[in-house]
Design a protein around this ligand. Structure first.
Ligand code: ZN
Length: 361
């Protein structure tokens, strides 16, 4: 790590045209850059801003990141750039691009690792520096040590200090081109993070206040931004909510309701944020914490109606066998460590059944 980085670790820039205004930060980070992104960064202008800021540097772009990246994608990017020795890795996009970039950053720095070693953070201590240019307002990955990938058809995450982005650029104008479904899903992800970090057993009075502020912003602004997607003020507020929520989940983690969405994403193709929020109204009744009252009050006592009013719907009913299998898996999930109350297989299966009863049309 060079002197500049050790002095300015974990910086973020928030606002309009932050890349242009702070391009010196990028140019000081090195001369060889690997950009990891998907197709949308061309449309929203982020890729162009990055390439302009890096003018004169040696830049290669991998632009084939898809939603819910799996290990084989990570492995193919690694193979392709095995011999390219970037000074830093720059992710442009939402959680998928950023989470993938974090994994690549570890693998390019530690050539002897195999991809499955990513999930054994004791096996490595360093990674290539990661820079994030955020284009959605959901995962908060730009400020967290988390990376979530798909492994054997299941979502699996790792957390490591070394992959916390050294710099994040959050220009909410890039989110103006997000379509309705992505806006809804990413917004629900941020909202769920805020609720769950507030309730997490790892929360403290400081994180609680940040969670509540993030929640109020997300709750107020999500319906507005869906109604008026071109209104920059609402996009900005959702971006603030997602960064705040990302900051707090770095401390508190998320809870079982988030994890319960994972099989719905990997097996039924639901977007992460929608999947993660579905069980929340029912888990609120099961969490053993007096703090659930605060959450209920914020939603006027009815989180279920709030979600329905946003248009959250399901068009399938799983079999009882599927529900049993998911509940069994969730009964052993590591998110239970952060979750207030005792959640066994039966309780979780009950929450799944209620969720389908209320959301499936
Ligand atoms: Zn999430």
């Amino acid at each position: 790590m060079n002197g500049w980085l050790s002095k300015f670790r974990r910086k973020y820039f928030f606002g309009e045209e932050v890349i242009k205004k702070n391009k010196q930060i990028l140019t000081n980070m090195g001369t060889r850059v690997l950009v990891i992104t998907g197709a949308s960064s061309k449309r929203n202008g982020a890729l162009n801003d990055v390439l302009e800021a890096l003018h004169g540097k040696e830049v290669v772009v991998f632009n084939r990141i898809k939603e819910n990246p799996d290990l084989s994608l990570v492995e193919s990017v690694r193979q392709e750039f095995q011999n390219y020795n970037p000074d830093f890795i720059l992710a442009i996009g939402g959680g998928s691009a950023m989470d993938c970039a974090k994994a690549i950053a570890v693998l390019l720095e530690n050539q002897s690792l195999v991809v499955s070693d990513l999930f054994n953070p004791l096996r490595y201590s360093k990674a290539k520096p990661v820079v994030c240019v955020s284009t959605t307002s959901g995962s908060g990955s730009k400020v967290t040590p988390y990376s979530v990938l798909v492994v054997d058809g299941r979502k699996k995450g790792f957390a490591h200090e070394a992959v916390v982005p050294k710099v994040a650029f959050i220009d909410y104008r890039y989110s103006l081109t997000l379509d309705h479904d992505v806006t809804l899903s990413t917004g629900l992800d941020a909202l769920s993070h805020a609720v769950e970090s507030f309730l997490s057993l790892k929360s403290d009075p400081l994180t609680e206040q940040i969670s509540l502020q993030a929640l109020k912003l997300a709750k107020e602004n999500l319906p507005r931004v869906l109604q008026s997607p071109n209104e920059l003020e609402f996009r900005k507020n959702m971006a603030v909510a997602s960064v705040m929520a990302g900051m707090v989940i770095s401390h508190t983690g998320t809870t079982i309701s988030h994890a319960m969405g994972n099989p719905l994403t990997t097996e039924k193709g639901l977007k992460h944020g929608v999947a993660a929020s579905l069980s929340l109204p029912f888990c609120l009744e099961l969490y053993e914490s007096s703090k659930t009252e605060t959450i209920k009050r914020i939603f006027g006592g009815d989180l279920l109606s709030y979600l329905k009013a946003l248009g959250v719907r399901l068009n399938f009913t799983p079999t009882e066998v599927e529900i049993e299998r998911w509940a069994e898996e969730m009964g052993k999930d590591f998110h239970l460590k952060n979750t207030p109350g005792r959640f066994d297989k039966e309780k979780i299966a009950e929450a799944y059944r209620k969720l389908f009863e209320h959301f499936t049309v």
